[in-house]
Design a protein. Sequence first.
Length: 267
Amino acid sequence: MVPKRNGVQRPTALVTGGSGGIGLELAKVLARNGFDLVLVARNRDTLEAAAGQLEGKFDVRAHVFAADLRRPEAPESIFDFLQNENIPIEVLVNNAGFGLGGEFADTNLQRELEMIQVNIAALTHLTKLFLPPMIKRRSGRVLNVASTAAFQPGPLMAVYYATKAYVLSFSEALSEELRNSGVTVTALCPGPTHTDFADTAEMGRSRLFNTFGIADAADVAKYGYDAMMQGKRLAIPGIKNKILAQANRIAPRALSAKIARIAQETR
Ligand SMILES: NC(=O)c1ccc[n+]([C@@H]2O[C@H](COP(=O)([O-])OP(=O)(O)OC[C@H]3O[C@@H](n4cnc5c(N)ncnc54)[C@H](OP(=O)(O)O)[C@@H]3O)[C@@H](O)[C@H]2O)c1
């Protein structure tokens, strides 16, 4: 059953990748604003530590569900668990994702196929499962974490950039389909942000993560939360990122790709 405190039933937000980085910061903002949480990630210990931190600091309940979104059956098992526990999801945050740097001819195919599964397929599958109950209730919000990588081709990180272009396009299309439905979809497009992302992607030495200002994950999360609650389609945190995204929308694609390559190269 959905827990109640003081007789008030709080809405619940599901956050994938909610145990660290931007996802944990989003979970904190949601908790601060009165949402119970369901945190999903692979490592149960980290998940439980995050849930304990949230429950200790905020008056909320934080459930954990350890799942590997590289596995195609994971979204269904998350959905079934929540159905069985009778926990309706008011906010779906598709945040889990990762990248991989290097020339495509040399990078590891298995990791790239897993990236497509996590960044694209799991996000799509979870949205497919959780959206219909929201539409039926005429209430709900989806926050999909894309990236400024969504706005141009990304040499030396080609698959990652392409996955984020999908997330942006998919989110903007859904947002239009759902106009006047009571349900909103927001694409959050952060630029480089302090998390484990760059190390996981083997991009910690790139110009992108060393030359330009790196955002704070808490600031990105707060910006994304506010945009989601306002029902905005697109949220690009930071003036520099906004300008670059707009410039990439009008620049020739070949030029955008060249500039992205320079940013991705090692200093
Ligand atoms: N940091 C940046 O510069 C940046 C910029 C733009 C966009 N983004 C996007 O922001 C999102 C969050 O990234 P982050 O920077 O916060 O990265 P992060 O610090 O590496 O956190 C990733 C989170 O996702 C979970 N996760 C990773 N693989 C998973 C899997 N297979 N199944 C389930 N959970 C998984 C991780 O927990 P476990 O390891 O325990 O599974 C962790 O909770 C991603 O979609 C990323 O593409 C990041």
